[in-house]
Design a binder for this molecule. Structure first.
Ligand code: URA
Length: 255
């Protein structure tokens, strides 16, 4: 399928039949959001890294992380989960998507975003040329399913977040896309509402990785009228990513 037709197909899946491009963000925003520091405990060293070179320690790092998460008992959720769900996608992807926690289907299959919300997430990502099979990595704040899909408890987030920070350090993404309030608030250490967090370039961690916030696909399934705003967010994220590719000096994180 030609790319325009493919785009139209995925926009249709998002319930969008007409699209008017939004203004690009300023190249140098007047007041960039301060970077959210990683807690000292999880300041995983990232460099030195040659331009684009794979991190030779990454394979061992992934293996250790996978095993620690698989056998984790840091919070009570290990008693009710079927299995821990680490992440999926290309571990060297330039885009990383972060959601909330596994649901029933994810708990059963061991992969993030494989239920109805996951299908919509896949369609949203495909609309901007991303796919978990090739060029995006997807993870959650929590690795274990909260019973009944309730919101994560603070102590569960505290126990689990260091795993996500290690994943981010291993993937070394050039852009983080937080889907939903829980992911956005916990990554940015804020209680600001999602509406205030959308449409801005936040910065994450010691490498100031750009972070963009959008709606959770499960919310969009319940509130399809907001799919148009989610599409705006994706366009915004793509612009931020493209600007980062042009502007950013090679700071050793990833070129
Ligand atoms: N919702 C999430 O936030 N993550 C999943 O993996 C599935 C549903």
């Amino acid at each position: 399928m030609p790319s325009d037709a493919r785009r139209a197909h995925y926009l249709e899946a998002l319930g969008i039949d007409e699209w008017v491009a939004r203004r690009a963000p300023p190249a140098h925003p007047a007041a960039p959001a301060p970077a959210v520091p990683l807690p000292a405990e999880i300041k995983v060293p990232l460099g030195p890294i040659d331009a684009g070179a794979p991190d030779p320690g990454a394979a061992a790092g992934w293996e250790r992380l996978r095993e620690e998460v698989r056998t984790c008992t840091r919070c009570a959720l290990h008693q009710t989960r079927t299995q821990a769900v680490l992440g999926v996608g290309n571990p060297e992807a330039q885009w990383m998507v972060i959601g909330e926690a596994p649901g029933a289907e994810e708990d059963r299959r061991g992969e993030p975003f494989v239920g109805r919300a996951g299908q919509l997430l896949d369609a949203m990502l495909r609309a901007i040329g991303l796919s978990r099979a090739t060029n995006v990595y997807i993870a959650n704040i929590l690795k274990s399913r909260p019973p009944g899909n309730r919101d994560p408890k603070p102590e569960e987030v505290t126990a689990c977040l260091p795993y996500l920070h290690r994943q981010i350090a291993l993937v070394r993404p050039r852009l983080l896309l937080a889907v939903g309030r829980i992911a956005a608030q916990n990554l940015l250490q804020t209680d600001a509402p999602l509406a205030r967090l959308r449409g801005q370039v936040h910065r994450f961690g010691e490498h100031n990785v750009p972070l963009v916030v959008t709606y959770h696909p499960a919310y969009l399934l319940r509130t399809p009228a907001d799919k148009r705003k989610a599409w705006e967010d994706l366009q915004f994220a793509r612009t931020v990513f493209a600007q980062g590719m042009n502007d950013e000096p090679n700071d050793g994180h990833r070129s």
